[in-house]
Design a protein around this ligand. Structure first.
Ligand SMILES: [Fe+2]
Ligand SMILES: [Fe+2]
Length: 289
């Protein structure tokens, strides 16, 4: 019996270690929650040899009872994201140069910015383990909902929230997601204080959107679009005075909403249409995107 308890404890430690490696943890549920879950219909296990399906949690095809996603699904999402993140990490000065020239000209043609904002509803970031399958439009609305609740929804902050991830529309093309999503770090060695504009950083949707909006929005907001995905520990030493001032004034407050509001489980409390005027005023004419 003592031996058996030791084996169970060892297995528990192994499971926790594996979960921690993926930023997951095992927690004991409060009795009331455990009881409520126990009364839910159990997830059907596939028969031996039968493929796993996430579309049919039960044998009853008409069931609409809430799905409690098992940890395996989150682990599977993380496993699918890992090679994307790795390919992004492997970008080189040469591949970044190639991306810069590939996207020097317009990809989507002349289009109204509002139409682009609406199309964020079609975009899902396959590497985002906070949003999972929620769309980029939901992400933007979650940011603005929280800004409204905090009283920080200034026209400038809302404008950047609406357009900062428009570069992710490349997810609707044949481009490798590794060149569109993920966070950015410097590539190569750069002297401390060089200034971010003078360094080579990994290439993603930030740079694509910056190139489209740099002549259409105030310079500091364009800077925010360009650097909203930087990894602070890697880039802070390279910042110059201008970068540091903008980081304190713009990037830190914006990054809070960009990262801390993401979840597939909370519906935004604002509607996209309420913010159309901000976009139409800033971009009264179609732009080359
Ligand atoms: Fe982004
Ligand atoms: Fe974002």
């Amino acid at each position: 019996m003592v031996e058996q308890r030791k084996v169970v404890a060892a297995v528990g430690r192994m499971v926790n270690r594996a979960l921690r490696a993926r930023n997951l943890e095992l927690r004991r549920l409060p009795p009331a929650v455990a009881q409520a879950l126990a009364s839910e219909p159990a997830l059907a296990r596939p028969e031996e040899g039968e493929p796993e399906s996430i579309a049919t949690p039960e044998r009853d095809p008409f069931s609409t009872s809430p799905l409690h996603p098992p940890d395996e699904l989150r682990v599977a999402f993380a496993d699918a994201a890992a090679p994307i993140i790795e390919r992004h990490r492997q970008q080189s000065v040469e591949s970044i140069e190639a991306l810069k020239s590939r996207y020097a000209g317009p990809i989507f043609g002349r289009t109204r910015v509002w139409d682009l904002v609406e199309r964020l509803g079609c975009c899902i970031d396959p590497s985002d383990q906070r949003l999972y399958g929620a769309s980029q439009q939901m992400h933007v609305l979650q940011m603005i909902s929280e800004m409204e609740a905090d009283g920080t929804a200034t026209p400038e902050m809302v404008l950047v929230a609406l357009i900062h991830d428009l570069g992710k529309l490349l997810l609707l093309t044949a481009e490798d997601p590794a060149n569109i999503v993920c966070m950015n770090s410097p590539v190569g060695h750069w002297d401390p204080g060089s200034g971010l504009d003078n360094c080579v950083l990994q290439w993603n949707h930030d740079e694509f959107a910056y190139q489209r909006f740099k002549d259409l929005v105030p310079e500091d907001l364009a800077w925010l679009i360009r650097y909203h995905s930087v990894e602070p520990p890697d880039v802070v030493p390279l910042m110059d005075d201008r970068d540091r001032e903008r980081t304190e004034r713009l990037l830190k407050p914006f990054a809070h909403y960009d990262h801390a509001t993401k979840t597939p489980f909370r519906l935004p409390s604002v509607s996209l249409l309420s913010y159309r005027d901000i976009i139409e005023e800033a971009f009264p004419h179609p732009i080359l995107f």
